[in-house]
Design a protein around this ligand. Structure first.
Ligand code: ATP
Length: 445
């Protein structure tokens, strides 16, 4: 089995238009990435699936979209101004910068090999700051949000008073976050600009452990639903050294990335810490009056905090396979679940001539309402299949001479490469049926 490295994934992403380095023509900008034509579809599909799961398919979760720029007091209340920092060291020889908790300070510099070349560790706040308004003095200093959660807490009262939610309920949000990360290696795994998908679940104190268990189960199930192999997912419970002082319990979902097991999402029991902090910093009442018990309290929060862009990297890593076929040929295939694949159906005429192209074009247009489609008539049919395999298109529909006679086409399944004859009238139902019952095929299923 060929080893799947991050380099192979990075190379495919650039070659096929999933992800590019930001400002590449100027030499690039560290920690910033652009999503190309296929990457944006993959990212949006994952985001939309999360949104549907977390809001529409769950009772009592509503969404918001809060602003990236917030009142600076928010970040004092949240603790980010004081505590959101990583310890960093520089190599005095080569000037490379590292997180001192991620390297062995007694060892030589990983970049240039010089011994005893590190500066003393010093704390470095990860928030990007800027200024609002014309004056740029201390009073105009604001931050780009380092997480989306605080926007949810700050709007807690607004949501309670404007919607018909009752505790327990959740508020979901997807959006950009910014962190001035010291080390931005591993492609989009850790970037300075990234997207998060967060849901804060507000519940009565005392019910939090029950909800914590519930959300743990739901969140793991989510990754199974988008087709991620369960054998590559696991839980990691925060030990006493990792647990935030206010948190009652915290687990991370980890995925086996090409560079090893790494965090993908956190499920945390944050108690009443955040709302209490905002109550004391803003002076505004953050309590909730329970209409049934008549009790007034600050709800506990169970947080599910996932990285959208990190999930994109996971989906790519999990899908990537180099399959050796009979006869020794190797095909690169992305085994995306059809629910998240950038293109769901490719329509291909066997040859351009004799009216096949026209029929295929027409069919592709008819399918647009139902699926993300793509039309391709250039090159040998085998090469076109390979191109679709490489970008993870689960279904190819081929129009051939028989199609002109009996209005049937072949439907090719990416994972098995099996082709079945389907009548055009049954095509949509066949594709939907295959998607509903999809299980990953291939040697590494
Ligand atoms: P780490 O310890 O790895 O820096 P964290 O534990 O601080 O991360 P959280 O603050 O819990 O991360 O963020 C929640 C999620 O947001 C993470 O699980 C991850 O998926 C995503 N995330 C956080 N930082 C980044 C980043 N720099 N780039 C991409 N995704 C990120």
């Amino acid at each position: 089995m060929a080893e799947i490295t991050l380099e192979k994934i990075v190379s495919l992403c650039k070659r096929r238009g999933f992800i590019f380095q930001s400002s590449e023509i100027y030499g690039g900008l560290n920690g910033a990435y652009d999503y190309g034509p296929l990457g944006v579809e993959l990212k949006n599909n994952i985001r939309d699936f999360w949104w549907k799961e977390m809001t529409r398919l769950h009772d009592d979760i509503v969404g918001i979209d809060s602003s990236i720029l917030m009142h600076p007091r928010v970040w004092e209340a949240s603790g980010h101004v004081q505590n959101f920092s990583d310890p960093m060291v520089d190599c005095k020889q080569c000037k490379a910068r590292f997180r001192s908790d991620q390297i062995d300070l007694a060892a030589p510099c990983p970049n240039c090999g010089t011994r005893d070349s590190f500066t003393e560790p010093r704390n470095f706040n990860l928030m990007f700051s800027t200024h609002i308004g014309a004056a740029s003095d201390a009073s105009s200093k604001i931050y780009l949000r380092p997480e989306t959660a605080q926007g949810i807490y700050a709007d807690f009262k607004n949501v309670v008073s404007s919607s018909r939610v009752k505790v327990p309920f959740g508020i979901a949000q997807v959006g950009k976050s910014f962190r001035n990360e010291i080390t931005t290696k591993h492609f989009i795994f850790r970037s300075c600009e990234f997207e998060q998908m967060e849901m804060q679940w507000f519940c009565t104190p005392g019910t939090d452990e029950k909800w914590f268990a519930y959300w743990k189960e739901q969140r793991m199930a989510f990754y199974h639903k988008i087709g991620i192999r369960p054998s590559r997912l696991r839980w990691h419970q925060h030990g006493a050294d990792e647990l935030a002082f206010y948190a009652k319990d915290a687990y991370d979902i980890q995925y086996l990335f090409p560079m090893g097991w790494q965090e993908l999402e956190g499920v945390h029991n944050r108690t009443d810490y955040d709302l209490s902090q905002h109550q004391s910093f803003s002076g505004k009442d953050m309590t909730y009056l329970d209409p049934v018990s008549g009790e007034r309290y600050i709800p506990y929060v169970v947080e599910t905090s996932a990285g959208l862009t990190r999930t994109v990297l996971m989906a790519l890593s999990d899908a990537y396979e180099e399959e050796t076929l009979e006869g020794g040929d190797v095909r690169t295939v992305l085994r995306f679940h059809p629910l998240i694949a950038p293109i769901t159906v490719a329509v291909l005429p066997l040859v351009k001539k004799d009216g096949l192209a026209e029929v295929a074009r027409e069919l592709e247009k008819d399918l647009r309402d139902e699926f993300a489609t793509f039309y391709d008539e250039s090159g040998a049919i085998g090469r076109r299949y390979r191109r679709m395999d490489e970008i993870g298109t689960p279904y190819c529909v081929t129009v051939d001479y028989q199609s002109l006679e009996d209005k049937t086409v072949t439907l090719r399944h990416r994972d098995t490469m099996e082709q079945v004859r389907v009548s055009i009238t049954n095509l949509v139902a066949s594709i939907k049926g295959a998607t509903a019952s999809y299980t990953r095929g291939g040697s590494e299923a």
